[in-house]
Design a protein around this ligand. Structure first.
Ligand code: SF4
Ligand code: ZN
Length: 326
């Protein structure tokens, strides 16, 4: 009798990661399995690769440049801790300045604990933390709003998201910052792309990207996403390896079930088909770049001076050819 035992090799690799050597340096013990690249990496090689991917995003999308004043949105969580840490390195290199900003939504037992970690992180990095509260800006906060839900109640996250964007922009203006860096990682980005698609929101879809929001001008700051090429799990590993203080709790109002469903779907796909999240991001960026090129070309189309037909130059090709033949 033949007995076939199926072994999930990825599960085995993750479980016994300490028994593998790093695929890159082949010397040190591995600490993380990268399913999408079919590699196991040691701490130093992982940190190197993580930072190189953030540097790549920074170069590719021209995110943080010389002379920029960057308000860095931090929450006390892993993504923004990784973001602030690496942006201090980039800022030193490109000669920019970073200003950590924390928005306190007024959520008891959640934001206070996270704020403690954010303060600890800023002290470790020698940076002054700016805190803005919903209470001071809007005369209410998320706990209070929840306690007396109005008739037109839209759900905590809807108010929170809009108020946070506003508060961040207000803090950036006060600090005279021209950029706002947010800790959206590859997971968040892939989720948003898919959500914009499945909700049939083409305008949002095309506006989205590593640089989004309004173009830099007086009274506005440009939003940048330097973590677009690193995953949520990688941000957590990066913070863990560098001993960055982070808060791991979840907001008690977290209720965006649509995003939650998309997240579960993507995690499931990534598990079965490693690389799915990055493929979504890469396809989206390629589509966006093509669409921008087409738009540019269309803008350049003029009217032919002789026959008024659409033309790339002063005179259209048909009129040019007609002259050649007569
Ligand atoms: Fe705000 Fe919703 Fe996030 Fe909680 S889960 S911090 S309410 S956006
Ligand atoms: Zn290594």
């Amino acid at each position: 009798m033949n007995i076939r035992i199926e072994v999930d090799i990825n599960f085995v690799r993750q479980k016994f990661i300490h028994m593998f050597k790093c695929t890159k340096c082949k010397k040190r013990d591995a600490v993380i399995t990268q399913k999408y690249s079919k590699r196991e990496l040691c701490g130093p090689c992982f940190i190197d690769e993580f930072e190189n991917r953030v540097y790549k995003a920074n170069r590719e999308f021209k995110l943080i440049r010389r002379g920029d004043r960057v308000a860095v949105a931090i929450s006390g969580g892993k993504d923004s801790a990784a973001l602030l840490y690496i942006l201090t390195k980039i800022a030193k290199y490109v000669k920019a300045e970073v200003f950590p900003v924390l928005i306190d939504e007024g959520i008891a037992n959640y934001r206070e604990k996270a704020k403690e970690k954010a303060i600890e992180l800023c002290e470790k990095l020698g940076l002054k933390l700016t805190v803005k509260t919903f209470q001071e800006l809007f005369g209410t906060n998320i706990d209070k709003a929840n306690a007396k839900k109005s008739k037109a109640w839209r759900g905590s996250c809807s108010y929170c998201g809009v108020f946070r964007k506003y508060a961040l922009n207000a803090a950036a203006l006060e600090l005279k910052c021209n950029k706002i860096a947010v800790g959206h990682n590859a997971d968040d980005v892939a989720q948003t792309i898919l959500m914009n698609l499945t909700r049939n929101e083409p305008q949002r879809f095309m506006r989205f990207g590593a640089i989004s929001g309004v173009v830099e001008r007086d009274g506005f700051a440009t939003r940048v996403k330097p973590l677009i090429y690193v995953t949520e799990r990688e941000c957590a590993t990066y913070c863990h390896l560098l001993h960055l203080p982070i808060h791991l709790g979840e907001c008690p109002y977290s209720s965006d079930s649509y995003r939650g469903d998309v997240k579960d779907f993507l995690n499931n796909m990534e598990n079965k088909h490693p690389g799915t999240k990055f493929n979504i991001i890469k396809s989206f960026l390629a589509m966006k770049s093509n669409a921008e090129k087409i738009e540019q070309k269309e803008k350049q189309i003029k009217s032919c001076v002789e026959c008024k037909a659409p033309s790339g130059g002063e005179t259209c090709k048909a009129c040019q050819f007609k002259k050649e033949l007569t």
